[in-house]
Design a protein around this ligand. Structure first.
Ligand code: ATP
Length: 234
């Protein structure tokens, strides 16, 4: 469904991605694990058109992805960025509707809104609340809900557990599994390696801009070197 080949990204003199190849199939959760600065956000930003790679190809459903971010959204690819970027001075509902700005299928939008409220009951209770006054976890839910409102086929999730308390992290990961059941494909970037591997079908380990390991998540979670480096076990 999504194929990234030989991706090379530079920021001035910094070679942030060095020949990255990944593949995501329809209906999968694929996790990218890596420590700070490994290049995880750069990879997602390249797919969503925010960052322009110097070299490499990104194909989606067999075609090269468009150059412009809004055209990429129209193709059914949606990124939920790290740090959430919600509109603080708009209400919860207004934020969710911002996700629909490229759509004109009114009735389906209403149905999708109901689906988002069912997935995130906390948002339903707060539809008229200003988004800036939501807790960190609720803002994460809102960012994910807004992403879903663009009716994507594939969702790029950048560090959804960042800065959240353990109980909320558990909730967010359960919701990601629910989103998969809604027939969506998920590319997940995470520092929380254990959680990310627990829910994924496949995973890639990114270190200093290179994929150093890939495989089925259930195998990687038992891999000695990964346990030592990312799961805090020895
Ligand atoms: P984190 O988990 O800390 O967000 P990451 O794995 O997502 O890290 P990236 O944000 O992709 O990593 O950064 C990869 C490398 O590229 C880092 O060395 C970072 O400093 C550098 N970098 C990222 N964005 C820029 C930018 N706009 N200008 C210059 N260098 C950048």
């Amino acid at each position: 469904m999504l194929k990234v080949e030989n991706l090379n990204v530079y920021y001035g003199g910094i070679h942030a991605l060095k020949g990255v190849d990944i593949e995501v199939s329809q209906g999968e959760i694929v996790s990218i694990i890596g420590s700070n600065g490994a290049g995880k956000s750069t990879l997602l930003n390249s797919i969503s058109g925010i960052v322009k790679p110097r070299e490499g190809t990104i194909t989606y459903k067999g075609k090269e992805i468009p150059k412009l971010p809004h055209k990429i959204v129209k193709e059914g690819i949606c990124q939920v960025p790290e740090g959430r970027h919600i509109f603080a001075n708009l209400t919860v509902k207004e934020n969710l509707l911002m996700g629909t700005y490229l759509r004109n299928d009114k009735e389906k939008i209403e149905r999708d809104l109901e689906d988002v409220y069912n997935l995130f009951p906390r948002l339903k209770e707060r539809i008229t609340q200003m988004a800036g006054t939501l807790s960190g976890g609720e803002q994460q839910m809102l960012a994910m809900g807004r992403g879903l409102m663009s009716n994507p086929d594939i969702i790029l999730l950048d560090e959804p557990s960042l800065g959240l308390a353990p109980l909320l992290i558990k909730t967010i990961f359960e919701i990601i599994e629910e989103i998969k059941k809604m027939n969506k494909t998920i590319l997940l970037v995470e520092q929380n390696a254990y959680k990310a591997l627990s829910i994924a079908d496949k995973a890639y380990i990114l270190e200093q801009g290179k994929i150093v390991k890939k495989g089925y998540a259930k195998d990687l979670i038992n891999d000695d070197s990964i346990q030592e480096a990312y799961l805090g076990k020895k």
